[in-house]
Write a protein that binds this ligand. Structure first.
Ligand SMILES: [Zn+2]
Length: 238
């Protein structure tokens, strides 16, 4: 049980690290390559990705600002400040810059989803789930608490993934329109890798959350074991 738990936690951490930094590294590398090889010559109706995003927002009647911040890693749609942040120079017209512009504008157009606008509530509920698992461990009610917690977080991640896939579909449509019905190879590759990549990211986060819930459950069980004078309950008595 112990070994499984540790392996589970390590795997989840590894998944998060890989997904978090691997994607950035891949995008940067990909971006550098596309700068050299596939400078996209679609008519973006202005100087670059920033104007492209602005145009998409204007077409949809959405009043968001677009900020270009090339020192960032990755784009962002900030619903609270009503702004889209791009991680490229505003003039960039590479496949990745245009994809990011269309994707983040897509978030603004399609809306934040069920949980996207309620990050604080989600964090609070995640804290509640950990506390619930700890309490359940102390009370000796194990798997139910774990199942409920994972179901809850599965809903949050599912909602996030659904939003990402919808947004990338939006971006694909806009890029297709920009390039007259056929995407440059590097843009097509970027669009294709988005779904599987984000599916993996959601699975990795879910795994990490499950591992943490399991840990709290086991820790509750340990407290229960010690309180009942049964040290043999250690460790992680499930
Ligand atoms: Zn997104």
């Amino acid at each position: 049980m112990q070994v499984v738990l540790i392996a589970n936690t390590l795997l989840a951490l590894l998944a998060i690290l890989l997904l978090r930094f691997g994607q950035r590294a891949a995008e940067r590398w990909f971006g550098a390559m596309s700068d050299l090889l596939a400078f996209c010559d679609g008519d973006v109706g202005g100087a670059g990705c920033r104007d492209f995003a602005l145009g998409l927002l204007r077409d949809a009647g959405v009043d968001f600002r677009v900020v270009a911040d090339p020192w960032r890693t990755g784009g962002l749609c900030d619903f609270a400040r009503r702004q889209v942040v791009l991680s490229w120079w505003p003039e960039a017209r590479t496949a990745l810059a245009l994809f990011e512009a269309a994707h983040e504008a897509g978030h603004a157009v399609l809306g934040p989803g069920l949980f996207g606008a309620r990050r604080r509530l989600v964090m609070l509920a995640a804290g509640g789930a950990f506390l619930g698992c700890l309490t359940a461990g102390i009370a000796g009610a194990g798997w139910l608490a774990l199942a409920v917690s994972c179901l809850w977080f599965g809903l949050v991640e599912g909602d996030w993934l659904r939003g990402e896939l919808r947004t990338t579909r939006f971006a694909r449509e806009k890029l297709l329109a920009l390039f007259g019905g056929e995407l440059p190879a590097v843009a097509a590759r970027r669009v294709r890798m988005d779904g599987p990549w984000k599916g993996l990211a959601a699975a990795g986060k879910l795994l990490l959350f499950a591992a943490m819930c399991w840990f709290f459950l086991g820790f509750g069980g340990l407290i229960r074991g010690v309180a009942m004078g049964a040290a043999k309950a250690f460790p992680f008595p499930l």
